[in-house]
Design a protein around this ligand. Sequence first.
Ligand code: PHE
Ligand code: NA
Length: 452
Amino acid sequence: MTREKPKNLWLSRWGFILAATGSAVGLGNIWKFPYITGEYGGGAFVLMYLACILAIGIPVMMTEIALGRRGRGSPIDAIARVVRENNGNPLWRGVGLMAMLAGFMILCFYVVVDGWAFAYTWKMLSGALVASSVDSLAQVFEGHNANPWQLGGWSVLVSLLTLWIVGKGVQAGVERAFRWMMPGLAVMLLVLVGYAWTSGSFRQGFDFLFTFDATKLTGEALLAALGHAFFTLSLASGAILTYGSYLPDGQSIARTTFVVAIADTCVALLAGLAIFPVIFANGMSPSAGPGLIFMSLPLAFQQMPMGTLFGVLFFAMVSVAALTSAISMIEAVVAYLNEKYGVSRGRAALASGAVLLVISLLAMLSFNVGAEWKLFGTTLFDGLDYLTSRWMMPLGGILMVILAGYCLRPEIMRNELGLGAAGYALWLFMVRYVSPVLILMVFLNALGWLSF
Ligand code: PHE
Ligand code: NA
């Protein structure tokens, strides 16, 4: 069987690492990680999350990249091709479909959050956040959300930017920007951690993140930690699999995976170390919810020298980091429409964009006029996040490791991963036993069918 040629989306051999890191590092690290860590009470949650990255995230990412490169296509087609090579059940394609759907559903609320980041860049620049107190910052955030035109305007802007980049296929240009953005973001976070160090509450923030409190080990927190490991590494959502399909043969999947996972984890931990001391120093509650970083970081910027400059740069970099994640969420859909129906990238972006605009605007209304529109007790914004992170991605992940670990001929993954004997044995052990058993236990526990 002849293998498909990879389509060239990147400039250099660093292309995949940059694109995958660009996908992974985003609002998941800087917005979601701190706010859910705050909600679930700190250290125990952080430890569970780190364990999930190691035991599940890394093996799943390797598997996903390998499946993508082997199948050379959008998630549905790549999985279909690999399965066909093994005379397997064509229904496995469904895993690709679910992943693609999850990526798209995430995008529908992600653009709202990235809209916050863009809006806060502007608010920092225009001086709207100067001389504000904890209370006034909470009011700014609430006021921003209460106005659907304002909130919707920013999220439409983010959606259009995303669609434009993906439609034009200019990810390479974004990759070039990302090359200096990533170190820039890291420097910004270090500046913030440096400030946090002087805030007088560094120790308290540090302890909050890293002190293990067993009473916080609830089933719900465990499910959230598992889901966040998937979310933050962009797993089982079409992104990594599709990017993997563009990865040239011969590049090491394991090395790439480690680089991406380490970078992603460092950014999340730095964000936590930057934010929690500021929260404690100003007497805020760590469980303030989705507005946590927007209500706390401006306090740090207004107290540090050249704070406005740093603040503008910080929120601008977060906005762009989120944009590189957003484009990866829709890449699978565009690749699929392009491959399957021969639709040009531009038209594919236009078609999926129409759906995106409608759903994201409905999600945006969850913060104002639609706050009471609830299905199963949650708003659309929360529901999209909950369904994808807690259920769809871990389910996609468990199915992919079962496919790779049990159903495919062993040579396929062995060739694709190109590991030494010990490395391959370790990967196989993880995808056969460790990852699927852990995911299953978390699921059963969350459903109340298993307690420990
Ligand atoms: N990993 C991204 C983040 O942490 C979010 C993401 C999820 C991107 C799924 C692509 C697919 O911000
Ligand atoms: Na991430």
